[in-house]
Design a protein around this ligand. Structure first.
Ligand code: GLN
Length: 500
């Protein structure tokens, strides 16, 4: 972190923003005087008062844009504020602006935004990841200390990993989804991108909890560890997804997916870790062991079914959730239409981008009458299997033994590659979907997962993730905070933090 401010905060934001285009909308001339003085709690991240933050443009903030990265909603002003944002505002933080995303959260690069392209602060010729790419880039560049994103199948953790910041996908229901424009309701959570783990904890502490406006939200159960419980990061049992388990899953993907041999091959290749990511994963293992944790190799037999199950359920839910965008109630509509049906057709034809259309089609295909057994219900059964695999590893003591103790957390890769180049680079759209293998399981199982940066390779960050049992965010944050103190991660060149 540079010790003296290079310029005013606003000039700093504008200069970075010219290079990375993380924001769809930014409050002009953000005042410097609102930053907190370094006081008690500030360096531990417990103080949120005075801090600016960014919000993914699929989360409502009254008076701001709510475009969802779509032409259909471009220019829409939100009439209300999401509960998570409201809670942060109540803690004294303020919204600097709305960040870019893949249209409706569908993608892994933010290149699926119909509004603009966002660049990675570490290398502006590469993507920031997605779909919360704008939020991750804004944090990595030091424009804001934290940002909100949404994670349906990895959209907080993958861009966090590409940009070298911390990314938390909370347990399903831990944070209210009121004000999040739904993509796949049963899978997604509002998540946090932050400069430090301590900050992530403070933000999570502020936004979590039951909200009468979201019936799926809940408070942490009585037995859950307190959020500020074990700062020492005492020794834990960490299950590590073994190289054999990954190889087996990839072999099964190559053998089992319906499609041409080249499709199977592409899917398996896309999910296999590039060398630099494998090295980062190994570094994380060595360091976690050096910190005193006991590592135990684990397998997740149902891993191989994760991506097909995820895309079946996610597109099915998306086709229903996106039905509301009909040009009648909100968003852009054509100037002329013969009748209401024609109005809806024209609105959706002109308003949705190709990826969104593809997914709506896929969703209606898997839900069509007479075929639900074959796709949707089968995917739901796989989902239960994945959940059970994780429960057995993380769950109740009855599964553990002296040789195979139950795990407090499971270490997994986040994404098989580092940030790739524009337009998908070496990872075309189908391959990007296959590469969601490591992230989508936490969403299918409803578990919390915390991504954090572990190495820099060729000037690009590599992240890993820890998954825990439901409502064990505190344990994950403890583990990563201790790791981060022992192995701090650098910032991109020209980074400056305007806050303690
Ligand atoms: N890459 C995944 C997808 O395209 C994840 C998206 C998300 O989490 N919003 O669906």
């Amino acid at each position: 972190m540079a010790s003296t401010a290079p310029e005013t905060y606003w000039a700093y934001c504008s200069r970075w923003e010219e290079q990375i285009r993380a924001f769809i909308e930014m409050k002009a001339g953000a005042p410097d005087k609102m930053f907190p003085a370094a006081g008690p709690g500030a360096s531990q991240g417990t103080g949120l008062a005075g801090l600016p933050f960014a919000v993914k443009d699929n989360i409502a903030v009254q008076g701001f844009s709510l475009s969802c990265g779509s032409k259909l909603l471009e220019g829409l002003r939100s009439p209300y504020t999401a509960t998570a944002v409201q809670k942060l505002e109540a803690a004294g933080a303020w919204v600097l602006g709305k960040t870019n995303l893949d249209e409706f959260g569908m993608g892994s690069s933010t290149d699926n935004s119909a509004i603009q392209q966002t660049n990675n602060p570490w290398d502006t010729s590469r993507v920031a990841g997605g779909s919360s790419g704008g939020s991750a880039a804004a944090v990595a560049a030091g424009i804001v200390p934290f940002a909100l994103g949404s994670d349906t199948g990895g959209s907080v953790r993958q861009p966090a990993s590409f940009c070298g910041v911390v990314g938390l996908k909370p347990s399903y229901g831990a944070v209210s989804r009121y004000g999040l424009v739904a993509y796949a309701s049963s899978l997604e959570s509002i998540g946090i991108l932050a400069d430090t783990t301590a900050r992530c904890r403070a933000v999570f502490g502020a936004i979590r909890g039951k909200d009468p406006l979201d019936q799926t939200s809940q408070d942490a159960p009585a037995g859950a560890a307190p959020l500020y419980g074990d700062p020492s990061g005492s020794p834990k049992v960490i299950g590590v997804l073994s190289a054999e388990a990954i190889a087996k899953a990839l072999a099964a993907v190559a053998a089992g997916i319906e499609g041409s041999p080249s499709t199977k091959e592409t899917a398996a290749q896309a999910a296999s870790l590039e060398q630099e990511v494998q090295q980062g994963f190994d570094v994380a293992k060595t360091r976690l062991a050096a910190l005193g944790h006991r590592l135990r190799e684990v397998e997740i037999p149902s891993l191989k079914y994760g991506v097909p199950a995820y895309y079946t359920i996610a597109t099915a839910e998306a086709s229903a959730n996106l039905a509301r965008f009909d040009g009648v109630r909100y968003g852009r509509r054509p100037s002329e239409a013969e009748n209401p049906e024609d109005l809806i057709d024209k609105t959706r034809e002109a308003g949705f981008g190709p990826e969104v259309k593809l997914r709506i089609l896929l969703g209606t295909f898997v839900l069509r009458s007479g075929f639900q057994d074959r796709y949707y219900l089968r995917a739901q059964r796989i989902r239960m299997g994945i959940r059970r695999s994780f429960e057995e590893l993380l769950g109740s003591a009855e599964y553990g033994s002296a040789e195979t103790p139950r795990c407090d957390a499971i270490l997994m890769p986040v994404f098989p590659t580092r940030a790739f180049g524009r337009g998908g680079g070496t990872l075309p759209p189908f391959a990007q979907k296959a590469a969601d293998l490591y992230t989508c399981c936490a969403n299918l199982a409803g578990l919390p997962a915390l991504a954090f940066p572990v190495s820099l390779s060729g000037g690009l960050p590599v992240g890993v993730q820890l998954l825990g049992r439901a409502f064990s965010e505190a344990a994950l944050l403890d583990l990563v905070e201790a790791y981060e103190q022992a192995y701090p991660f650098p910032h991109p060149a020209a980074y400056h933090a305007f806050w303690p």
